[in-house]
Design a protein around this ligand. Structure first.
Ligand code: NCD
Ligand code: ZN
Length: 332
């Protein structure tokens, strides 16, 4: 049995820089036609020069594949002039609450400080991508506690497209339909796991990411959205590689490297719940409409043929290392 996807897109991806970029980017470029690339580098992506250099580095790391990187900039107070210099190089601007996740220390402390920039983005038609967690809350409540902020932005900037990235809780699912200008991405790990898989038995650092996976009720609400290919929802892996030494130690960095298993696991899951007919919309068509993009034409075929997830790629341990997945990507 085979299934062919048309121009699959990953609308939330961390590619990093330098050696890590060269290690992980080819996996995205093999399986996807394009991806929205996160700007949380050190220093963050926040000016034209850096955008152009990063774009060139990504093309370099993915040479020989059909793969379009859709870049983002890190939200800070930008003037109109600044925004105009790089508006055409980005698909969105990413808001990180200060301290919420990896490399977010330079993020937003108080949203009122970003009001002028958000107004300009609304006027210029630049979508706002958001890591929606309140870093001061309990780790399991951080997303829920951020929802009033989503509501406030949605009301204050009705023409601004707001993407609730990697949503993980049932209350975020409920909020999605309350405002026309709210959209969401879903990762593969949050469709598959709960907090139990991370910390219910032996601690598994390779399933640890922000926001952290939550309850069965939350997971099932996310599944319902994905399986119905809700038109305001897109796939965004949030694949976030860290070296093995940063994941397996006294402390563990947040982020799961899911790119190599993303499509096989999604096909497996959608098949199991008899939702394969909606996978194309979830993996590409919805994103094309929401962002108004036209990614390069690329067919990606998967076959029902199992593969054992490798233990390591370079120095990065992939999610589900050593486990069997029943589908494999076989061709472009
Ligand atoms: C991401 C990373 O490592 O850059 N980590 C994560 O747990 N998802 C940052 C992010 O998107 O939160
Ligand atoms: Zn992310």
């Amino acid at each position: 049995m085979k299934i062919t996807l048309d121009s699959p897109l990953d609308m939330h991806l961390h590619l990093r820089e330098d050696e890590m970029l060269r290690n992980v980017a080819p996996f995205s470029a093999k399986d996807f036609s394009g991806a929205m690339i996160m700007p949380n580098l050190v220093p963050p992506i926040d000016n034209l020069k850096r955008l152009l250099q990063y774009k060139a580095d990504i093309y370099d790391a993915t040479k020989g594949e059909i793969f379009k990187p859709y870049l983002t900039a890190f939200l800070k107070n930008y003037t109109r002039e600044e925004l105009l210099t790089f508006k055409d190089e980005i698909i969105a601007i990413k808001l990180y609450p200060a301290g919420a996740t990896t490399n977010s220390d330079g993020g937003v402390e108080d949203l009122s400080h970003a009001a002028d920039t958000l107004k300009l983005m609304e006027e210029l038609g630049i979508p706002l991508s958001v890591h929606g967690e309140n870093p001061k809350s309990h780790v399991l409540e951080r997303e829920k506690d951020f929802l009033p902020t989503y509501e406030q932005i949605a009301k204050d900037y009705p023409k601004l497209k707001i993407i609730m990235e990697h949503i993980t809780c049932v209350d975020a699912v409920k909020l999605l339909d309350k405002y026309d200008n709210l959209y969401a991405t879903l990762t593969v790990q949050h469709l598959l796991i709960t907090f139990d898989d991370i910390a219910g038995g032996l601690l598994n650092p390779h399933l640890f990411c922000k926001p952290i996976a939550k309850t069965f009720e939350d997971r099932d609400a996310l599944r319902k959205l994905a399986f119905s290919a809700h038109p305001k929802v897109m796939f965004g892996s949030d694949s976030a590689p860290h070296p093995k030494s940063s994941k397996e130690g006294a402390t563990s960095a947040a982020g799961c490297f899911t790119t190599p298993i993303a499509l096989p696991c999604l096909v497996e899951l959608f098949e199991k719940f008899d939702a394969l007919d909606n996978l194309q919309a979830f993996i590409s068509d919805n994103a094309k409409k929401i962002y108004g993009i036209n990614p390069p034409e690329k067919k990606v075929t998967l076959e029902k043929k199992s593969f054992i997830v490798p233990e390591i790629y370079g120095d990065v341990v992939p999610t589900f290392a050593g486990e069997e997945v029943t589908w494999s990507v076989v061709s472009e």
